[in-house]
Design a binder for this molecule. Structure first.
Ligand code: NAP
Length: 282
């Protein structure tokens, strides 16, 4: 079974659009998402276009502030502070990665936590690990939604996550733990990775290396979630971290790249913007 994040996100966005259409009457306006794009990295530009398209579809007010890559850290922080204070702005997202002279952690910390639609602010991360209400990071949230939509029972299962970044690996592990899976987190120093991945009922891969996970690393019936986004060196096409063709016959459920986790990430960004809007309205 291939879980289409594209189809699920289309369904969820249509439901959100219906909800958002009722907001002007209830709250006097619709949610407002502001994205900041620093520089002209083509991948970042493409991600931002995807976010703009989704915001348009669900009926948000939205805008993108484009700045040159040479903008100083202080100038960027001032833009964010201005948006924090703007009562008409509900969600602020700074597209990562940033040029080297700008500290990503300073930028993330400067975004008001109640407008942090990415869920990266340290206060949101701390709340996630403490089990307190918070804005969940979009990619991990989207993965759990996909598993549930596919009818995958998470409770009691052995979940293996490859990757321990703050954006994907660690929060995915925590959300799986919240669903009562038994979770193992692997990384670049893990010894004999295949012996661990073969134990997985649910395998989440977030490394950033094309076709890193091969068929011999996966047991029959495993649920495989591929977060990776890479360019195939030969074809130039987008590919995941998993060798999809080789693993699809063995997996009970698998996500494709493109069309899997990526669209769900954007969908959850829209959901988080609505949560931030409602949090501020109420
Ligand atoms: P990251 O910060 O670079 O983290 C990569 C992780 O992979 C690290 O924890 C690293 O281990 C681990 N790793 C690297 N080589 C390994 C190996 N040989 N064996 C085992 N583990 C290894 O990347 P990220 O931000 O988490 O992103 C991961 C991938 O997901 C990228 O392709 C990114 O583009 C993609 N992504 C997709 C979405 C989406 O919406 N689809 C969203 C976010 C990210 P160490 O900690 O030991 O270095």
């Amino acid at each position: 079974m291939i879980i289409s994040g594209k189809d699920l996100s289309a369904k969820l966005k249509a439901e959100m659009a219906e909800r958002v259409a009722t907001f002007p009457e209830k709250y006097g306006r619709v949610p407002n998402l502001v994205v900041i794009l620093v520089g002209d990295n083509p991948a970042s530009q493409s991600y931002v276009r995807g976010k703009e398209k989704a915001a348009e579809l669900v009926g948000f007010k939205h805008s993108t502030i484009c700045t040159p890559a040479t903008i100083s850290e202080a100038e960027l922080l001032d833009i964010i502070k201005g948006l924090n204070e703007d009562p008409e702005v509900d969600g602020i997202l700074v597209q990562l990665p940033l040029p080297k002279h700008i500290s990503e952690s300073k930028v993330i910390e400067t975004i008001a936590k109640e407008k942090d639609v990415d869920g990266f602010h340290p206060a949101n991360v701390a709340s996630l690990w403490q089990g307190l209400p918070c804005i969940l990071p979009c990619t991990p949230k989207g993965i759990i939604k996909m598993l549930k939509e596919a009818g995958v029972e998470i409770k009691g299962k052995r979940a293996v996550v490859i990757g321990r970044s703050n954006i994907v690996g660690l929060p995915v592990a925590k959300l799986l733990l919240n669903e009562n899976a038994t979770v193992t987190v692997c990384h670049s120093k893990t010894v004999d990775l295949p012996s661990i991945t073969r134990q997985a009922d649910i395998l989440v891969v977030a490394i950033g290396r094309a076709k890193f996970v091969t068929a011999d690393m996966v047991s029959e019936g495993t649920v495989v979630i591929d977060v990776g986004v890479n360019r195939d060196e030969q074809t130039g096409k987008l590919v995941g971290d998993v060798d999809f063709e080789a693993i699809e016959p063995k997996a009970s459920v698998i996500t494709p790249v493109p069309g899997g986790v990526g669209p769900m990430t954007i969908c959850c960004l829209m959901e988080n913007t609505i949560e931030c809007f409602l949090g501020r309205m109420q």
